[in-house]
Ligand binder design. Structure first.
Ligand code: GLN
Length: 211
């Protein structure tokens, strides 16, 4: 299978290296014609405003939206997850164009700025169906988003209970506060909706290739 990795900005090299570990060649995608040559796509983490500007410059949005709507497998990590969401909040920087497709509201930079980046252990029951049988994985969160709302067709694969020492640094706008109160301190960090997989964290920066 030819797996494309959107290579405009961000951690695309790390995704290509992770694909190599499982014997898959990752193909760098920068142009609409390159998207036609791949069967699946990874949208990496990075900086979603910059990535959107570059995608716009390369006229990639129509091809990306078509790719998603045709039901081809697409995985977005971090900024890639933001890109795939139908709605993004926490837009202090003015926002960006989205591909959409994932019936979720994703809050950018939910956990705070760069220095609030963190690693934690997550439980994702679906992972236990794979080799090794463990549902645990390492979650690397870098200026990470969180999913505040997910529609009925969205399967939640992992959530994260915000520890009390982090509650002070997470986003404090109305949407974030309402969502945290409603979920009693939990946010969603990995989802699947049909052909779309989204993770707020970066599995490609760990040795775990299951995601
Ligand atoms: N904070 C970034 C954004 O809003 C995402 C960070 C990441 O991809 N590691 O685009």
């Amino acid at each position: 299978m030819a797996v494309g990795v959107l290579a405009l900005q961000g951690s695309f090299n790390e995704h290509i290296a992770a694909l190599r570990k499982i014997g898959v060649t990752g193909v760098e995608v920068r142009k609409p014609s390159q998207l036609e040559a791949v069967e699946a796509l990874i949208i990496p983490g990075g900086e979603s405003t910059t990535m959107a500007k570059l995608a716009h410059y390369h006229n990639l949005f129509p091809a990306l939206r078509e790719f998603v709507s045709l039901g081809k497998p697409v995985w977005g990590t971090c900024a890639g997850l933001i890109f795939l969401a139908n709605k993004a909040t926490g837009q202090k920087l003015g926002g960006q164009e989205l591909i959409g497709g994932l019936d979720c509201t994703v809050h950018r930079n939910f956990f705070g700025s760069q220095i609030q980046s963190f690693e934690t252990e997550l439980a994702a029951p679906k992972l236990a169906e794979q080799e090794g049988g463990s549902d645990r994985c390492r979650g690397v969160f870098i200026r990470a988003p969180a999913i505040l709302k997910a529609g009925p067709g969205v399967e939640v694969l992992a959530d994260y209970t915000i520890p009390s020492d982090k509650l002070r640094s997470v986003a404090s706008d109305t949407e974030a506060e309402e969502a945290i109160a409603y979920s009693q301190g939990k946010v969603i960090v990995a989802v699947r909706q049909g052909n779309i997989l989204g993770t707020a964290f970066h599995p490609e920066l760990t040795s775990d290739t299951r995601w």
